[in-house]
Write a protein that binds this ligand. Structure first.
Ligand SMILES: Nc1nc2c(ncn2[C@@H]2O[C@H](COP(=O)(O)OP(=O)(O)OP(=O)(O)O)[C@@H](O)[C@H]2O)c(=O)[nH]1
Ligand SMILES: [Mg+2]
Length: 304
C-alpha cells in the first residue's frame, strides 16, 4: 500500500434518475466503469469506482436513480441506494441543475426531503449541481442561492460531468472531507466490478440506446461463458439477453437479425477496449416472463 495516502473513504453518488451520476463517476475516474444512456433508470446496481491520488483514495459508489419503487426490480435498485448511503463517509447528491434552472418550482419538492433526512446526520454532504454546460453563467447564482436555502447543511458545487468543468475542484473538496486512513485498495485498481459484469453492462447499454418505450426496462444481460482461446489468441464471450415478454424478443433481434447484429458490433468495440486483444462476442436472446419479479432470478443476476 502507498504510504503517502493519508485519507481514504467511501462516497455515495446518489440522486434522481438521469442527473448524470454515472457520467460523473466516469469523468472523475477518466475511464468508463458505469454505463450511461439518455434514458432514466439506466444504473441498476451499486457501481464502485476508485480514484487514487497521491494523498487520498476516494471510493465512489454510483447508485441507481431514486424514484418511487414499483415492483421487485426497482425495490432491489432502491436497496442498492440505501446500502450505499449506509456505507458512505461523504454523501454526494447529484442534481440536474439545468432542469432546476428551467423549473425552479421543482427544487423544493425534489430536495427538501433529502435535506431534512440528512439534517442531523453529521456526515459531510456535497451537493453537485451538474450539467452547467447547458445554461448561461448568469443563471447560476440565483440557483445556487436557492439550493443553499433549501439545503443549508450542504456544500454546493457546480460542475459539468460531460465537459469536466469543475471536477478537479470537486475532487479536492471531497478529499478534504474524507476520514483519515490508509488506502483500502491497490493504487491501480479502478473498480470492484468483475469483468463479466462490466461486459454484461456494456451489452445492456447498447440495448438501452436502441430500444424504445418500456422494452429496455424488461431487459437483463448475463455473461454465461468466458473462455480464453489460446490457439486463436482471443477471448470468447457468450452473453444471454433476457427479455420479459415474448414480443420483445423480436424487437431486440430486429428485422432479419439486424438489430442484434448492430448491438453485437457496438458492444464488441467497447469490450475490446475493456479486455484488450481479440474478442469473439456471441449474443442470444431468451424470453423469461416476468423476471423482474422473480427473486431467485434477480439474485442469480447479482442483485441482492
Ligand atoms: N449536457 C450535459 N449532459 C450530461 C451531463 N452529465 C450527464 N449528462 C447526460 O445526461 C444523461 C444521463 O446521464 P447518466 O450519467 O446516465 O445519468 P444517471 O444519473 O447515472 O442516470 P440513472 O442511472 O438512470 O439514474 C446522459 O445523456 C448524459 O450524457 C452534463 O454535465 N452535461
Ligand atoms: Mg446511472
Amino acid at each position: 500500500m502507498n504510504r503517502e495516502i493519508r485519507r481514504c473513504g467511501r462516497v455515495a453518488i446518489m440522486g434522481p434518475p438521469n442527473a448524470g451520476k454515472s457520467t460523473l463517476l466516469n469523468s472523475l475516474l477518466g475511464q468508463k466503469v458505469a454505463i450511461v444512456t439518455p434514458k432514466a433508470q439506466t444504473t441498476r446496481n451499486q457501481i464502485t469506482g476508485i480514484l487514487t491520488n497521491p494523498s487520498a483514495q476516494i471510493i465512489f459508489m454510483d447508485t441507481p436513480g431514486l424514484t418511487q419503487a414499483r415492483g421487485r426490480l426497482s425495490k432491489t435498485m432502491a436497496q442498492a441506494v440505501w446500502q450505499s448511503l449506509a456505507q458512505a463517509d461523504v454523501i454526494l447528491p447529484v442534481l440536474d441543475a439545468h432542469l432546476y434552472v428551467r423549473r425552479p418550482e421543482f427544487l423544493e419538492r425534489d430536495l427538501a426531503p433529502a435535506a431534512r433526512a440528512l439534517a442531523n446526520d453529521g456526515r459531510p454532504v456535497i451537493a453537485v449541481a451538474n450539467k452547467i454546460d447547458l445554461f448561461a453563467k448568469s443563471r447560476m447564482l440565483p440557483l445556487l442561492t436557492r439550493l443553499q436555502e433549501i439545503w443549508p447543511g450542504a456544500e454546493i458545487f457546480p460542475v459539468s460531468a460531460l465537459t469536466g468543468d469543475g471536477l478537479s475542484g470537486l475532487v479536492r473538496l471531497v478529499e478534504g472531507r474524507l476520514p483519515e486512513g490508509e488506502a483500502q485498495y491497490p493504487v491501480d485498481q479502478l473498480s470492484t466490478a468483475p469483468l463479466r459484469f462490466m461486459v454484461a453492462e456494456i451489452v445492456r447499454e447498447k440495448l438501452f440506446l436502441r430500444l424504445r418505450e418500456e422494452v429496455p426496462y424488461g431487459v437483463a444481460v448475463e455473461v454465461e461463458r468466458w473462455e480464453e482461446d489460446s490457439e486463436r489468441e482471443q477471448t470468447i464471450i457468450h452473453a444471454v439477453i433476457y427479455v420479459a415478454r415474448s414480443m420483445h424478443k423480436a424487437m431486440v433481434i430486429g428485422k432479419g437479425g439486424g438489430g442484434i447484429k448492430e448491438i453485437g458490433i457496438e458492444a464488441r468495440r467497447d469490450v475490446i477496449e475493456l479486455v484488450g486483444g481479440k474478442v469473439h462476442l456471441e449474443l442470444w436472446v431468451k424470453v423469461r416472463e416476468n423476471w423482474t419479479e422473480d427473486p431467485a432470478f434477480l439474485r442469480a443476476l447479482g442483485f441482492m
